[in-house]
Design a protein around this ligand. Structure first.
Ligand SMILES: [Zn+2]
Length: 312
């Protein structure tokens, strides 16, 4: 029997990445384009274009889509993705009609969690995937399935309150982890710190414009003390939240993805030291902390896993 083939689409605010892969997650073909944000139609046309390019004349079994924002899984509708500027698009119906196969949609963090989980040992049942980038979120895998919660929003890890009077978060709360440790928050805090510190090599740039988290990480690599201090502080906040999550779920494996946590050794080391300090030794000893394996591919691979799980 020929190998079954699936399409996985990672629909992001800047890029749309689509793969054709076997059920064993071997990528046969892939295509990445810039997401054309002009309208819902141009975004959907872009998805069609990438699928047509990777699929060719191959027969596929199903399509999986990873998308940011809120969604209605049963209706296959992306309700709202602030980064994409769309509302109530019946994405899976449009895909099913065009390609005559079932299509499934899931939140991008949950899909990335599925992708990363799929390359782990088969005996593993639970894991948590944490993404720290422009936002912060977690995909919780329990008994090999994504845990969605009652209304499908489980894993809002970025909105744990770390400082009751801290910076305002876009969710309306103050002092959320995301408002302290996500990329934009790091850039904003570094700018504020550097403006007040003439002895910092970030000072001149911070007076001109807001620093980015990427720049702060570069300054830290160059030995800039204020940048290192800030990233270590960020790592400690993340570590406290991660320790809470491990205490709650005892997942055995925590996988980290996202540019902020992968690009900064200062954050990574401070985070793990904080986790170790806060967890009971017996729990810490039984938990593995790993970096994402697929990095930029975890969304598209995860979308293939989603399509496969739903059709088998
Ligand atoms: Zn929040």
């Amino acid at each position: 029997m020929a190998l079954e083939m699936y399409i996985g689409v990672d629909l992001g605010g800047t890029k749309t990445k689509t793969v054709l892969a076997t059920g064993n997650l071997e990528i046969i073909n892939e295509k990445t384009i810039a997401t054309r944000m002009d309208s819902e139609e141009t975004i959907i046309q872009g998805i069609f274009e990438t699928i047509d390019a990777v699929k060719g004349r191959k027969v596929i079994k199903a399509i999986g889509v990873a998308t940011p924002g809120q969604l209605n899984r049963e209706a296959g509708i992306a309700i709202q993705a602030p980064s994409m500027g769309w509302h109530s698009v019946p994405l899976t119906r449009l895909l099913s009609e065009r390609y005559q196969v079932p299509a499934y949609i899931e939140n991008d963090i949950n899909v990335a969690a599925l992708g990363e989980f799929s390359c782990q040992d088969e005996s593993l049942n639970n894991a948590v995937y944490i993404n720290v980038g422009t936002g912060i979120g977690a995909g919780i895998i329990l008994s090999k399935q994504v845990f969605l919660g009652n209304s499908g929003t489980a894993g809002e890890f970025g909105h744990l309150t770390m400082e009751p009077g801290g910076p305002l978060c876009k969710c309306g709360n103050r002092g959320c982890l995301e408002a302290i440790a996500a990329g934009p928050a790091i850039g904003a805090r570094a700018t504020q710190w550097a403006r007040a510190r003439q002895d910092s090599s970030m000072h001149a740039l911070a007076l001109q414009r807001e620093l980015s988290a990427k720049e702060v990480a570069e300054f830290a690599r160059g030995g800039e003390k204020l940048a290192i201090e800030l990233l270590q502080e960020t790592g400690r906040y993340l570590g406290r939240a991660v320790a809470d999550l491990v205490n709650l779920y005892d997942p055995g494996l925590v996988i980290f993805g996202g540019s902020v946590v992968l690009n900064s050794p200062d954050i990574w080391e401070a985070m793990l030291a904080e986790v170790k300090m806060r967890l009971m030794p017996i729990i810490y000893a039984q938990t593995e902390f790993a970096k994402a394996r697929f990095k930029g591919d975890s969304g598209a691979i995860g979308a293939v896993v989603l399509a496969k799980q739903k059709t088998n």
